[in-house]
Design a protein around this ligand. Sequence first.
Ligand SMILES: O=C[C@H](O)[C@H](O)[C@H](O)COP(=O)(O)O
Length: 329
Amino acid sequence: MLVSCRIPTLTTRTLRASRLPTTPLQTPQLLTRLLSTMATPDSIPPPAKPLDAIESAKRKAAFRAVQDHFKSSYNFVGIGSGSTIVYGVEAIKHHLSTNPPPQNHMNWFVPTGWNSRKVIEEAGLVPINFDSLPGDAMLDVCFDGADEVDAELNCIKGGGACLFQEKLVATRSKRFICIADYRKQQRRLLTQWPSIPIEVAPIGHVSVLRELELLGSNGPKIREHTLAKAGPIQTDQSFYIIDAPFAKLLTPEDVAEGADGSGKGGVWEVSALAERIKRITGVLEVGLFYGMNGDQTQAAGMKGGQKPVAAYFGMEDGGVSVQVAPELK
Ligand SMILES: O=C[C@H](O)[C@H](O)[C@H](O)COP(=O)(O)O
């Protein structure tokens, strides 16, 4: 089976400079309080069916993200996978109905897998496959969810077994905008989310598991269907997913401030671990989105970027917390 503002711009840099407590669970909660009431969408239609608090939080974050980062004049827009992006697509559809595109203008939506394509089609939007994009065309923006986001906007993705196509699309986009709920906002990765999803070739999975243990992963496992006899979950590429637990990851700034990000003792810095895992034969892609964002690559004369430039978190109190890269002021 395939499984598939005007917002006050309190940047991650600003937050750190304010010397907030660094206890991992305290900091994001405090950030949340600082930002949560500051950004709610200007107008949001009532949901088609009643939503619980978490779904409602995701939806509000999605409408705010789309309000801030989608334009009807865009040509190509990436659409991620998962339960949150469904609200992103609803918000885009709403935006297009209230702000129609210029005459004869086509908005094309690039899916990140089977499920994502279905969501696009069911909304009546027009999909275009990633490999049908014109040669050097960049996506104007892509919207996607995440399993966890750290203080520097590094993300864990792949909790729904989509990550390879999501990374293809993010790195082909001028900007990646992340939409999530308050549970995903943490000071460091692997705080609440337990493991890193890694997409691997089925024939290599045993050797990849062994290599991950040597890197310090405590009990990496192939992800299986809940019905065990159905075997491993397969991705849109017919690959397997390994979920690899590691100790909480350091950010590049933690390392700059003197923390040991060498990997010794099982403590890895995000990009060091991602690049090391990527070098294991049999690994197609790792569910860590790190390094430069789209604005940073463009400033450096390059294209794409894995990290979001902004992450929108729907909060428990009904507000939306927005975490932005320093470039996005
Ligand atoms: O594999 C799935 C994707 O990376 C999702 O974007 C991520 O798991 C978040 O999914 P959800 O919006 O369902 O929490």
